[in-house]
Ligand binder design. Structure first.
Ligand code: AVI
Length: 315
């Protein structure tokens, strides 16, 4: 990880314009800040998806197309704290479905917590945790004779460019068998007055989350970023539905990163692109899956029409 991190930072900060990958937000401090973000009044995404999973559990289960007596695997990519999935798992168990829950996450810590929580709350649940970066290896999707339902929730797809999303969906589809399904949770394209506050909350938690990336570079790579000389600067392209978070340099400055043996120059106002958060509608999703064997089967939305959970069938 550390070598990858060093290479990605060197490459990103040498590029014009400068970029850093958002996947490095999630160290222990970043995980904590993201949990706080999901509770923020401005960050509607988690609540909207939670509502779908809580209020439409029966319809969702029906859309998964499984039979109670036939074993299947329920694989969750980037499972996190599993709060949304909990409603689904509980109902599947009480409806007598025979399934194994396979949460996949990059954080061993997160997976241990999740496993302990589920063992306590749902002692009958069959669970197999898989630690790894699912973007790289799609770990957890080993050969299996059982049908599979993949959960890819939280608008995690939105942190990829459309080009990378296409490649990811193609790769994912190759790991699946015809008849398998994917539940894809995505944030809906909407106006800036709702989206921008979600990425620029009044308490500054999202700013701290983004700036934590510089703290991580300082700690892990001997960086000398002074956090007070950068600010979190999110933007939203309403027409295309793309939110972008930048870290903007407040002064002209040279930053040494010891482990890279390099110095990076920043001019006042120069921005590092740190995250994209794509917002979707069905035509955008159709474009992303156009060259894959996925087809849209069922679409769930929350009561405020903010968010979509889309069930895709792998043909
Ligand atoms: C994880 N991901 C879908 C979040 C998002 O909305 O793009 C990460 C996040 N960044 C700032 N707030 C939340």
């Amino acid at each position: 990880m550390s070598d990858d991190f060093a290479n990605d930072v060197a490459e990103g900060l040498s590029a014009t314009p400068k970029t850093l990958p958002s996947k490095y937000f999630y160290d222990a401090a970043g995980d904590d800040l993201f949990i706080q973000i999901m509770d923020l009044p401005e960050y509607y995404l988690t609540r909207a998806e939670m509502e779908i999973f809580r209020e439409q559990t029966d319809s969702l289960i029906k859309a998964l197309g499984q039979r109670p007596e036939k074993p299947f695997e329920l694989v969750e990519l980037g499972a996190g704290d599993g709060q949304k999935t909990f409603h689904l798992l509980k109902k599947l168990l009480s409806d007598g479905y025979d399934f194994t829950y396979v949460p996949v996450d990059i954080s061993a810590n997160v997976l241990e917590h999740l496993k302990n929580f589920l063992k306590k709350e749902l002692p009958d649940l069959k669970i197999r945790i898989e630690q790894g970066d699912y973007f790289k290896r799609l770990k957890g999707l080993q050969e299996t004779a059982q049908p599979r339902v993949i959960l890819y929730l939280g608008s995690n797809l939105g942190n990829l460019t459309d080009e990378k999303s296409k490649a990811f969906m193609e790769k994912l589809s190759r790991r699946l068998t015809p008849g398998d399904r994917l539940v894809l949770g995505v944030d809906k394209k909407k106006s800036a007055d709702i989206v921008l506050p979600a990425y620029n909350d009044s308490k500054g938690v999202t700013a701290a989350f983004n700036l934590n990336l510089l703290t991580r570079i300082n700690r892990d790579l001997g960086g000398e970023f002074k956090l007070e000389q950068f600010r979190h600067a999110p933007e939203y392209d309403e027409e295309n539905g793309i939110a972008i978070s930048y870290l903007e340099s407040l002064v002209d400055q040279d930053i040494i990163i010891g482990a890279l043996d390099r110095t990076f120059n920043f001019t006042k106002g120069e921005k590092i692109k740190v995250e994209i958060s794509r917002k979707y509608d069905l035509p955008i999703i159709r474009k992303i899956i156009a060259d894959t064997p996925f087809e849209i089967e069922t679409v769930f939305k929350d009561s405020q029409d903010l968010y979509l959970d889309i069930v895709l069938l792998r043909d």
